[in-house]
Each structure stands twice: as structure tokens, then as C-alpha cells.
Design a protein around this ligand. Sequence first.
Ligand SMILES: Cc1cc2nc3c(=O)[nH]c(=O)nc-3n(C[C@H](O)[C@H](O)[C@H](O)COP(=O)(O)O)c2cc1C
Length: 359
Amino acid sequence: MAALTLYEYRAAAKERLDGPVWDFLEGGSGTESMLSAGRAALDRLRLRPRCLVDVSACDPSVSLLGSRLAAPLGIAPMAYHQLAHPEGEVATARAAGAAGALLTVSMFASRTLEDIAAAATGPLWLQLYWLRRRESLVDLVRRAEDAGYEALVLTVDAPRVAHRPRDARNGFAVPAGIRAANMDPSVMSTSHGGTAGESAIARHSKEQFDPSITWEDLAWLRERTSLPLVLKGVLAREDAELAVKYGVDGLVVSNHGGRQLDFAIPAVDALPEIAEAVDGRCRLILDGSIRHGADIAKALCLGADAVFIGRPALWGLAHSGSAGVSSVLQVLLDEFEEVMALMGAAHVRDFGNSAIVHY
Ligand SMILES: Cc1cc2nc3c(=O)[nH]c(=O)nc-3n(C[C@H](O)[C@H](O)[C@H](O)COP(=O)(O)O)c2cc1C
């Protein structure tokens, strides 16, 4: 029988995956303070329903930067889906398309952008880290455009990958047989060399990521694409204001699932001030600890246009490939549709600030 909650997929995934792979997927940076903090922040929010509203046909659909979605739900960029299942991102894309959810493909995807696009029936976005070798970015952007990707997501909370103790302890490296399928192998060689006491992923990022980029560099990327540009990893209203000033189309309010700055503010706590600052001038997506349809409603009440899930998609993938990701998405969609009905929200636009209470 299919699992009924996302946490059941988590338990099944943990049983199926090797210890170091599980640690890479689940782990956080530093003291891992943020793994529980993100969840606690969402749990402190409570919904304030309205009644006697016609909810006989709730409509959860939205349009996000031109991408049509069945609900305000997408999958966050995550590297190397083949760690969870041999079909990797191709399986994830099939499931996302069937559910009408967006898939953001990581720059470090383990399947090619073209193979993922061929399997997808829904919208795809491409995520980038800013590499020292800018030709790699130009190549990826051109390929994404040719394959029909609909937006670019530049991750801005990772001038380098943070110290993640579990990966360091395991000497974690990308296993032989799995590779960043869209990257020139010469850019990726260090990510495969495991050393006890050091994460190859962290070492690779120090070598390849460009930590010197600033707001001024965004123009360079803009000049090379007509796709909408989304920044991922913004947590401060000052940066949200700068993003609007620099013509960014969307923000993912995110602390990278607790994998970058330890003790960063939970993304959901950063959302209200960012929503106030951008005041509708760019689209807002929330990620981090989204585990229930009610979390989607909470994010919308606080000003988000959509949410992304991260790890739960990989739990589904590890559980049973594409079918598992489909089930994870379906659980969330069913929960969200029920929350809409019980909240008296026939449309996504009916969620507002008055529908939420902080405890
Ligand atoms: C295994 C794993 C790999 C990730 N890889 C990337 C990546 O390549 N690029 C990126 O911007 N974020 C990456 N992230 C962060 C996610 O996009 C997202 O911000 C986070 O997982 C959301 O939190 P959640 O897992 O609690 O839902 C990764 C997260 C995980 C768990």
C-alpha cells in the first residue's frame, strides 16, 4: 500500500539507501541546528479558517513566471538524483509532469538536460551555481534554452558548500558510476575523490565556485539569456530590495534546507519581511521543511506564490522511483486541496495574511 504521509517515505528511503548517501541527503551544516528549526517555525504557525464559502470546486492552479502549475508546488534543485534511484532526474521529471508540478533541475543533475526534457511533460527550470569557469554557465544556459527550460535559478547562498560534518566524517564523494552529466568532466574531477575526514563536494566547491560575484555580475548573465531569472537563497529584506532593483524576476526564500549558513533564520520566518519589501514586484517561492499540504497554505498566507520541496522528492525516488515521487506529490496535493476546502479558500488568491496566526 502506498504510504500516507511524507514521513513514511522518509523511513522507507532510509532503509533502502547506504549510510553515507543517506547522510548526504539528510544532513545539514555545522551543528545541524536548522534541520529542526525550520520545522518548528512552520509548526508555530496556525491557520484561521473561514466558513460558509462555496468550496465545491477548489482550484489550486497557478501560473508562476509563465509556467502553468496544477498547484503552487515544485521540486527544489537537488544534485545527483541517481543517488536515490538509477533513473535519477528522468524519473523525477516524469512524476513532476504527471502531477503538474515544476521541476528545478540542478546544475549537478546526474542525467542530461536533454534526457530530462524528453521525459518531462511539465515545466522545467534550471539551477546554476556561479562557476569560476564562465563558459560552463554559457553552455548550460544555451542548452537549457534549446531544450525548453522556462527559467534560470541562480543559487546565491553558496559561495562555497558549507562544512557538513556527516559528509566530512564519511569522506563523502560522488560515487563512481554517477556523474554530473551536464558538466565538463574536467570541472568535476575533485568531486569524485573521497578522502577520510573531508567531503569531496565541499572541496570541489571551493575549487570551482566563484565566491567573488556581486549584484553587478547579474547583468553578465542577463545579457546571455532571455529566460526569467530567479535568485535562490535570499533571507534578508535588503537583498530582496536589491533583487528588485537589479530586475530579478523571482526569489526562492530559502536557507538551503539547513545545509549552508548554520543558525540562519528559518526561511518561513524570513518570508513576511521579504514579501513586504518586494510588494508584488517579483515572485516569491519558499522552500525548507515543507512536509504537508498545510505548509503550502501557510507559505501562501505569508506572501509566497509557491513552495518547493527538497528531500521528500528524493525519499519518494528512493522508495520506488517515478511512482514514489508521484505518490509524494499526490499526498501533498491531496492535503493542500483539503486544506483549501476546510479553510474556505476556493482559489489560491484567497489565502491572505488574515488567515494565519503566529504562536
Ligand atoms: C541532497 C540535496 C542536494 C541539493 N542540491 C542542491 C543544488 O544542487 N542546488 C541548490 O540550489 N540547492 C540544492 N539543495 C537545496 C534544495 O534546493 C532546497 O533548498 C532544500 O532541500 C529545501 O529543504 P527541504 O529538503 O527541507 O525541503 C540540495 C538539497 C539536498 C537535500
